[in-house]
Design a protein around this ligand. Structure first.
Ligand SMILES: Cc1cc2nc3c(=O)[nH]c(=O)nc-3n(C[C@H](O)[C@H](O)[C@H](O)COP(=O)(O)OP(=O)(O)OC[C@H]3O[C@@H](n4cnc5c(N)ncnc54)[C@H](O)[C@@H]3O)c2cc1C
Length: 1009
């Protein structure tokens, strides 16, 4: 008996013989597509630009727009030359005759898309399907579409699926199975359903809610499919939706109406590390269900997306990083599927001859008839392989996407990426003519032969981290990863933490002055804004005497603290980071209750606090040692930094841990002593930070916790002669008062007070005429309504160019209507309550102002009756001079302003008192460059939401009336807490000078600790 490997090789060679018999091959197609492929494979940077250009092209309306974009994308001389090849006419020529070149280009790209899209509509696709029928190739049809952003759009999608199903069933009524045996397993009509197209609010942290929404949407389609004898397949998309899709599949097909229906299938992606566990679970479920089901095994189409996303978030990467690992896992899962053939029908979705041959050989080894499983391949790809498989007597089905070019663009780009991937089988075989024996090598063998099973880095050198990063001098800074709520264990931890926090309701927190816990006569309560009758905790309230004691304690502790080595102070921050990380879920849960933050936002706040600690520790190590200013013989001149003295930190409630911790940590690590005053609305979280600092070992008096009214103790301490520095984040009104008041010198005052002042914004995002609306809508909604619009970075003015206006509004209003409003204790909620009754009333007043000034275009109706819930609201017809366009509202209220062109858009965006965040959605490189230079905002975000700054990556802070130009989480932030000091020493004696002067000196500390 031959070994499995030699059987695979023999079959593989046979497939290649048949493939070579057919002259057409993927990369031999002449013309535009081939030129694009060739060029893309030659130069990675150019490939990026080419694919970006291809993606924007369908949304451009006129020839001159097309040519402008062409010039902008390929402005570089080298690129321009290369692209001339691809256009078969120079960029310069295109500029001279845009009316010809524009349509030709569009026509070429449409032609290319047609290569991968089987038809524009259900009628159109029938032509293709009939042709395939004569070639004995079956079909599964998929609907292309824009990313759904609203429930109106999902309803339309569901209706299109039904239509398609009816049409296919009607047109193929008399078709029979090409193989004629085991036909009952493989209905002729086969529909592939994209689950995310049926629910716009799929939330990875709430699979149960997702299923509750999706199941009713799916049932009519499933019922009808069953009546018509059709097959329904659930396609698999990004990892974030994987668990919900699997759960949905199992839930729905266990229901009475579908339990005994065998014509259902789901996709398993072999590039996922947890795919084997998922498949085993499905097989177990299928066995218990007692009716067959099907699995389409693929490697997975989102490799680039998954690796980029996990790198951005600092998550463990869910996909394998070495291509042979995916190949080897595909084979493991192939065996698992075939070994369970009595429960599950297999479809192998691959163009890789090795993967295909392995499935054939293993099925043969198990004696499974070739009519009992099938190979599935994509429309427009690997035609010769399909024909070879048909010739060999295998069952072949083609995956046929149907739809228009514009909505199908992301599908087209995925195919282009796949075909030009360095790692891809098709490129290796058809473009690079890799020898057959290499193409048929056992992927496990490739892994074994490589050093210790690790291949040299391929297209990814990925460094994933899951623990709190340590900052070492010179080491690249790593942020704390966000919690991935797509993982069930994290959902469970969060639920557990919420239950625990509930038990702690009503706790009492004292003041901390000089290490002493002080309970005053007055206590005030901090309530849950979702249910104001629930008291999260009580906090002792300080008055002037306690404020005096705190200032005195901080002043007394300063001398010793300033002489503590910066290394010790850095270690203190790192200990705090570790404790925050350990107590992460507990603190996030507390934020859900005390300030109404949705899960992911609360977690983001704790992650940011951790980041501030580790980042500032790293920065202090950079700044701590005296540094030589210039290397001059005979003279040593060193600059170093001294702390300023006593710092008063006044923090807001909207980032109750991150901002408080950030300002406190910056002050402490630079050697200042601190009085921290959290916001009254988030005092319990503030007390937790005090507790954490104490656990980390902060000495008495160095950090003091004072809770009380800003107007009483805040004002007293701002004016205090012994307070040297005020770090404030909050409202413009208070910020300006502090700025002014701190400018007055009081009797006995030693230092000029330094004020670090971060205030509000009236942030704008501009939507250009060529913007990708799938992204622009989702990101605008998230920026405006996430955490109820209570971030200083939140979007409050959406400025839309008139060319796009109607389409933007239509999709924006639909998307707003689909946003989940509710108690943030529930996962997946986007909009919770605003912080308190005063905010609630103020925002409602602004909504009334809006109604009188502009048009109320949307207001949510279904908000919880109790608690401070404001319905997300959108005004259109807003003019730049209206109050709702000028004043900060700090709630879920969005003003949409229509403008003629980009000039006007920039004028409007810049025409406010504030300059905090700003955003731009565009695919015009020139316009993007212009925005980078002209948009007045401390943080300008392009093609992404305008909230969610990450420490180190997006130093945060604005100017104009948004702040004094400081950047929290930036490299120069700590300088605000320090006074530079230079010591110059003449070291020459009688002209004799030391030869070498060290660049750094040890810290100037006396007496040393
Ligand atoms: C009929 C059909 C239906 C499909 N349905 C789905 C679906 O529902 N969901 C979905 O996600 N995909 C789906 N796909 C797409 C499919 O995942 C890709 O076409 C497929 O991954 C390409 O694999 P291959 O075996 O043909 O080619 P190969 O060239 O052998 O494999 C390429 C694949 O290897 C993986 N890979 C690439 N680089 C690396 C690396 N460095 N480390 C680890 N792995 C790497 C990626 O998955 C890449 O796509 C479907 C494909 C077909 C044919």
């Amino acid at each position: 008996m031959r070994s499995l490997q030699s059987e695979i090789e023999q079959r593989g060679r046979r497939i290649f013989e048949l493939v070579d018999k057919y002259p057409e091959s993927l990369f031999s197609k002449a013309g535009f597509y081939q030129r694009l492929m060739t060029l893309s494979m030659r130069d990675e940077q150019l490939k990026l630009q080419l694919f970006r250009f291809v993606a924007v092209l369908p949304s451009l309306h006129t020839s001159s727009e097309i040519i402008e974009h062409l010039q902008e994308y390929f402005a570089d001389e080298h690129d321009s030359r290369m692209v001339s090849e691809f256009l078969a006419a120079g960029v310069r020529l295109a500029r001279i005759v845009p009316w010809i070149s524009g349509p030709i280009l569009r026509w070429n790209v449409s032609g290319m898309a047609r290569q991968f899209i089987a038809g524009r509509n259900p009628n159109d696709v029938m032509r293709t399907l009939r042709k395939r029928r004569t070639q004995k190739i079956g079909f599964t049809v998929d609907l292309l579409g824009e990313a759904v952003v609203s429930e109106t759009e999902t309803d339309e999608y569901a209706a299109r699926y039904l239509d398609l199903l009816e049409g296919l069933a009607r047109e193929t009524r008399d078709w029979v199975d090409p193989l004629g045996t085991n036909s009952d397993l493989f209905p002729v009509v086969n529909l592939s359903v994209k689950i995310s197209a049926l629910y716009s609010q799929m939330s990875p942290d709430d699979p149960a809610e997702t299923i509750a929404h999706l199941a009713p949407k799916l049932r009519p389609l499933l019922r009808r499919a069953r009546e018509l004898g059709a097959f329904i397949n659930f396609d698999m998309e990004s990892y974030a939706h994987k668990n919900a899709t699997l759960e949905l599949f199992k839930t729905v097909f266990t229901e009475e109406a579908f339990r005994d229906w065998p014509h259902t299938g789901i996709v398993i992606q072999a590039y996922l590390r947890d795919s084997e566990a998922d498949l085993r679970d499905l097989i177990e479920w299928g066995g218990a269900r007692g009716t067959r089901f099907a699995v389409r095994l693929v490697k997975g189409a989102y490799w680039d997306y998954e690796t980029t996303k996990s790198r951005q978030n600092g998550w463990d990467c869910p996909v394998y990083l070495q291509k042979p690992e995916s190949d080897a896992n595909f084979e493991t899962l192939t065996r698992l599927l075939l070994e369970n053939e009595s429960i599950v029908t297999s479809a192998f979705g691959s163009h890789n001859v090795r993967s295909i041959a392995h499935a054939q050989a293993f099925a043969e080894e198990l004696g499974i008839d070739r009519s009992r499983f099938e190979f599935q391949l994509l429309y427009g790809m690997a035609g010769p392989i399909k024909r070879a498989l048909v010739d060999m007597g295998y069952r072949v089905r083609e995956y046929c996407p149907v739809g228009e070019l514009l909505p199908g663009m992301s599908y087209l780009v995925r195919r282009l990426l796949e075909n030009t991937s360095n790692e891809g089988f098709l490129r290796a075989k058809f473009s690079e003519n890799v020898p057959t024996e290499d193409l048929l090598r056992d992927p496990c063998e490739i892994l074994r032969r490589s050093r210790n099973g690790v291949l040299p880095p391929s297209n990814a050198t990925i460094n994933m981290t899951t623990t709190t990063p340590k900052t070492q001098l010179g080491a690249p800074y790593e942020n704390a990863p966000l919690t991935n709520f797509a993982l069930p264990e994290n959902q469970e931890k969060m639920r557990g933490a919420l239950r625990e926090q509930r038990k702690q309701f009503g706790r009492k927190v004292p003041l901390t002055i000089n290490g002493e816990k002080i309970c005053t006569d007055k206590m005030f309560s901090s309530v849950n804004p979702s249910q104001p009758d629930q008291i999260v905790g009580y906090a002792a309230e300080a008055d002037i005497p306690e404020a005096e004691r705190a200032v005195a304690a901080a002043r007394a502790a300063f001398e010793k603290w300033r002489r503590t080595s910066f290394e010790q102070r850095c270690q203190l921050l790192e200990s705090v980071a570790e404790i925050l990380d350990r107590r992460r879920f507990e603190l996030s849960a507390l934020e859900v209750f005390e300030v109404g933050k949705p899960w992911a936002q609360a977690d983001g706040d704790i992650a940011e606090a951790i980041d501030f600690c580790t980042f500032y520790a790293g920065q202090m190590r950079r700044l701590g040692r005296p540094r030589l200013t210039q290397n001059v013989p005979g003279e040593e001149s060193y600059q170093h930094y001294r702390p300023r003295g006593v710092a008063l930190v006044i923090a807001p409630w909207n980032f109750p841990m991150a901002i408080l911790c950030g300002m406190v940590s910056a002050a402490l690590v630079t050697g200042n002593t601190v009085i921290m005053k959290p916001s009254e609305q988030s005092v319990i979280i503030g007390a937790m930070l005090m507790e954490i600092y104490e656990e980390a070992g902060v000495p008495p008096g160095v950090l003091n916790f004072l809770n009380g009214k800003g107007s009483v103790i805040g004002a007293h301490m701002v004016d205090h002669k012994d307070v040297d520095l005020i770090a404030f984040t909050g409202s413009r009104e208070v910020g300006l008062w502090i700025w002014e008041s701190a400018g007055k010198t009081r009797e006995g005052q030693r230092e000029l007070k330094r004020v670090i002042c971060e205030m509000g914004g009236k942030n704008a995002m501009i939507v250009d005429s060529d913007a990708d609306l799938d992204e622009a809508i989702v990101d605008s909604i998230y920026s405006a309504f996430g955490f109820q619009g209570q971030k200083c970075s939140a979007l409050s003015r959406l400025i839309v160019l008139e060319e796009n206006y109607n389409r933007v509004i239509e999709r924006l209003l639909g998307a707003a209507a689909s946003v989940r409003v509710g108690n943030p204790e529930e996962p997946g909620v986007v909009v919770g309550p605003v912080i308190d009754e005063a905010a609630y009333r103020r925002i409602l007043d602004y909504i009334e102002v809006g109604k009188s000034e502009a048009t109320l275009a949307y207001q949510a109706k279904d908000v919880p009756p109790h608690g401070y819930f404001i319905p997300p609201t959108i005004f259109t017809g807003v003019k730049p001079n209206m109050r709702i366009a000028r004043e900060e509202i700090f709630g879920p209220v969005l003003s949409v302003i229509k403008v003629r062109d980009l000039d006007e858009a920039i004028d409007v965006a810049n025409g406010t008192d504030y300059a905090l965040t700003g955003g731009f959605f565009s695919r015009s490189p020139a316009n993007i460059e212009r925005i980078k230079a002209q948009l007045e905002a401390g943080n300008v975000y392009i093609n992404r939401p305008c909230t969610g700054a990450i420490v180190g990556r997006h130093p945060f802070g604005g100017f104009k009336m948004s702040g004094g130009g400081t950047k929290a989480g930036g490299e120069d932030y700590l300088l605000n807490f320090l006074i530079p000091h230079v010591v110059t020493e003449n070291v020459a004696r009688h002209g004799l000078a030391p030869e070498k002067t060290p660049e750094y000196r040890d810290e100037f500390l006396w007496p040393k600790q």
